[in-house]
Design a protein around this ligand. Structure first.
Ligand SMILES: Nc1ncnc2c1ncn2[C@@H]1O[C@H](COP(=O)(O)OP(=O)(O)O)[C@@H](O)[C@H]1O
Ligand SMILES: [Mg+2]
Length: 313
């Protein structure tokens, strides 16, 4: 069987030029973005989407211009969590205006384009047979979104990644060395084990790992106004360092009210008494400190966000 190295040039497909051209369109589209930060995990259901949204809001509250790209195309959560709908083509250009949540954050999510009763299908001859082909289509879509959305001037573009250690690395490779990673885990051995694989895989490349956030570390009992243990972290219990071997950016407890507000597009400002609100604010501050220089510029200290589409509510 022939390998890629046996093919002379690109076999006449112009594929190399096409990829290079798209790369340069993506670079142009993101030229006004200071930092690219992806929240991944390897594990599903650990709170990547929840933390992406609320960290984005906490950074916005500190005067930064933020947008989210929900890169979980077939399991998009951000449209519902942020309460955004649609995306509009800007007349006279190939660009798509960025839908805005109520707080002004731009959110691009497949969930606002495709109803929850439908799934996104990547058309291909090998449908259902080749994961490689599906992944290729998935990254073609990611590239198209990156180059065609009007991101404008942003301090941070946050990516909400799909689960899977292998996919996390594929996204990292596609997004390139400009992107920094925050991993999300819950304090169970199973989750730490899966997230440790993502750490190992990302560490092999030139990817910048900012650290991890431990979500659902404790349960906020509203009746007793105290955080109670939810999982027993065997490493913490034995005084051992975390196997994740990257900085811990913070711990966020489980608050049943948070799960409720996430389902209805509301923000943590509706839960000022929750320890989650304080914990997310601390992680946001840590991120700002690590991603220096991330001080809000005077031009947008009033919270001004780049142009976009108001979401009808
Ligand atoms: N700290 C938390 N407190 C309460 N509910 C949470 C918390 N973190 C996540 N959830 C809830 O758990 C579910 C899964 O979270 P999600 O962010 O969708 O995970 P992921 O993106 O990793 O799959 C959601 O319903 C979300 O509202
Ligand atoms: Mg998610």
């Amino acid at each position: 069987m022939k390998g890629y190295h046996d093919i002379a040039g690109d076999g006449g497909s112009r594929v190399l030029e096409q990829v290079t051209e798209q790369r340069s369109r993506i670079t142009d589209g993101l030229s006004g973005v200071r930092h690219l930060v992806a929240l991944g995990s390897g594990k599903g259901g650990v709170g990547k989407s929840t933390l992406t949204l609320h960290l984005a809001d906490a950074l916005r509250a500190r005067g930064l211009r933020i947008a989210i790209l929900d890169a979980d195309f077939n399991g998009p959560s951000q449209a519902r969590m942020a309460g955004v709908a649609g995306g509009l083509f800007i007349p006279g250009s190939r660009k798509v205006a960025l839908p805005r949540a109520r707080n002004g954050i731009g959110v691009f999510s497949m969930g606002s384009l495709i109803p929850e009763s439908e799934s996104l299908e990547f058309e291909s001859a090998a449908q259902g047979e080749s994961h490689t082909w599906r992944a290729t289509r998935e990254f073609a879509l990611l590239g198209e979104i990156l180059e065609s959305v009007e991101w404008g001037a942003l301090d941070v573009l946050m990516f909400d990644l799909p689960p899977g250690a292998e996919r996390t690395v594929q996204y990292a490779d596609f997004l390139g060395p400009r992107t920094s990673f925050v991993l999300v885990t819950i304090p169970s051995e199973v989750s730490h084990g899966v997230v440790a694989r993502s750490v190992a895989a990302l560490s092999k490349g030139s990817h910048r790992l900012l650290g991890y956030v431990e979500n659902m570390s404790g349960y906020f009992c509203r009746d007793c106004n105290a955080v109670k243990p939810l999982f027993v972290d065997p490493d913490a219990a034995a005084g051992r360092p975390s196997p994740l071997n990257i900085p811990r950016l913070g711990t966020v407890p489980f608050d049943p009210e948070l799960a409720r507000i996430c389902d209805t597009g509301r923000s943590l400002s509706d839960l000022p008494e929750s320890p989650v609100t304080r914990a997310v604010a601390q992680v946001a501050q840590q991120l700002m400190d690590i991603l220096e220089p991330l001080t809000p510029a005077a031009a947008h200290a009033d919270g001004e966000q780049p142009p976009g589409v108001e979401t009808p509510r």
